[in-house]
Ligand binder design. Structure first.
Ligand code: AMP
Ligand code: MG
Length: 405
């Protein structure tokens, strides 16, 4: 199923559009999981509140529940203490005109009462509670449904379920949650020079950093690792590894061997086994990257240079994961450049930058001094990737740029 006609050296925008269209065809299926297992997952359907939240009108403070209409306009007034109600009480007492009931935070409002006066604001004399003028009718009461009204949209499909969202679901009594299935990813690091982390280096050898970094990036993005392989620059080995990985994963991330050198076999092998959607994007770093598929499995070939791999992961793979999970796009972050930049090439560039917030609340981005695509230090010590658009050339200090966390 070889295809030789695919876009080459395309712009960033076009590449993202192709990836978005392909990822939409590979949306992950929906499954229902117990609430605690939904942590870190993406909600697959809109969820409407099955009850009011709060479920009933209740007191926001410890104090005395009474009728707002009975509050004194001037001076003070004594209320007859007619009982008490605590959070969790089985039933609520009734409050008649001129009466009040001692109440604790979270307790249901007594029948007839619409106001709570906090206990610090009253004087208790035997079974009389003295309230001064100045209290607000309706004060210190949480009404039923004021947080989530029964039937209203509580969480939208595509919401990433963090602790706060799990709190909402728990409060609403939603014990089973429709989420997208966790994406299964495979990693294949290629290169004759690669040795495992724990092995001392021989002549010309380097440690395989992708075999650790790419699975970690995938896990940070919510994927699980189906398999992580290391293969030599050998087309037959690569073919076997790709078939093994694609059989068990939704997404395969190959690294290295993706360009046009003698040892770069991935483009040809991928074209043989499946289809190439594009090869090479006008970005820096990461230009040689490759995107395609084997059957229903999407495949990225990321460049071997660790920074290029990390940047193309952040820009393309993270984006693909979101699209396959139907996850809502995060809001764009912006910052200003702390120094002028003279960009002389016609590619979009991702600079590794540190961020600092000044006293006016303005975020400033400073490029890390080590920008080489082989320099892991620049990656490890930076906060964001700053995007310089393809057409940008001279960027004065203070230029507003987008920053990718
Ligand atoms: P390649 O894309 O295969 O031409 O590799 C580009 C550069 O990245 C070379 O210097 C490789 O040694 C290096 N490289 C490739 N794969 C890895 C890896 N898994 N870990 C660390 N460096 C790598
Ligand atoms: Mg190589």
């Amino acid at each position: 199923m070889s295809n030789d006609h695919y876009p080459v050296r395309i712009g960033l925008q076009q590449a993202l559009e192709i990836v978005a269209a392909r990822a939409a065809e590979h949306r992950l299926p929906v499954e229902r999981v117990a609430l605690p297992d939904a942590h870190g997952r993406v909600l697959a359907e809109d969820l409407h509140a099955p009850i009011d939240l709060p479920p009933f009108a209740n007191s926001a403070m410890d104090g005395f529940a009474l009728r707002g209409a009975d509050l004194p306009a001037i001076g003070e007034r004594a209320f007859e203490l007619a009982g008490e109600i605590m959070a969790g009480a089985a039933s609520a007492p009734r409050v008649h005109a001129g009466q009040c009931v001692r109440i604790t935070t979270g307790a249901p409002m007594p029948v007839g009462a619409d106001t709570v006066v906090i206990k610090e604001n009253v004087r208790v004399e035997g079974n009389r509670v003295i309230v001064r003028a100045g209290e607000k009718p309706g004060g210190n009461v949480r009404s039923a449904g004021e947080d989530f009204a029964h039937g209203s949209l509580a969480l939208a499909a595509g919401t990433s379920l963090r602790a706060a969202q799990l709190g909402v679901l728990a409060a609403l009594g939603i014990a089973e949650v429709p989420v997208r299935r966790t994406l299964r990813a495979a990693v294949i690091a290629t290169g004759n020079e690669l040795v495992p982390v724990e092995q001392p280096l021989g002549f010309g050898e380097i440690h395989d950093s992708h075999g650790t970094m790419l699975p970690a990036l995938l896990r940070e993005s919510g994927a699980e690792i189906a398999v992580c392989l290391r293969v030599r620059d050998d087309p037959a080995m690569l073919r076997r590894a790709l078939l093994e990985a694609a059989a068990d994963a939704d997404l395969v991330i190959g690294s290295g061997g993706v360009s046009a050198g003698e040892a770069d076999h991935l483009p040809r092998v991928l074209a043989e086994l499946g289809e190439i959607h594009f090869h090479k994007v006008r970005i820096k770093p990461g230009m040689p990257m490759l995107f395609g598929r084997i059957g229903a499995c999407l495949v990225f070939g990321l460049p071997g240079n660790p920074v290029s791999a990390a940047v193309t992961f952040r820009v393309f793979v993270r984006f693909t994961l979101r699209a396959m999970l139907g996850e809502a796009a995060p809001s764009v972050q912006r910052a200003r450049l702390t120094g002028a930049i003279d960009k002389r090439h016609g590619r979009a560039e991702f600079l590794r930058c540190t961020l600092r917030c000044d006293e006016q609340g303005v975020l400033w981005a400073t490029p890390h001094p080590q920008q080489g695509s082989h320099m892991l230090r620049g990656l490890a010590e930076s906060d964001v990737l700053v995007l310089l658009p393809e057409e940008a050339r001279e960027l004065p200090r203070g230029t507003v740029v987008t920053a990718w966390p």
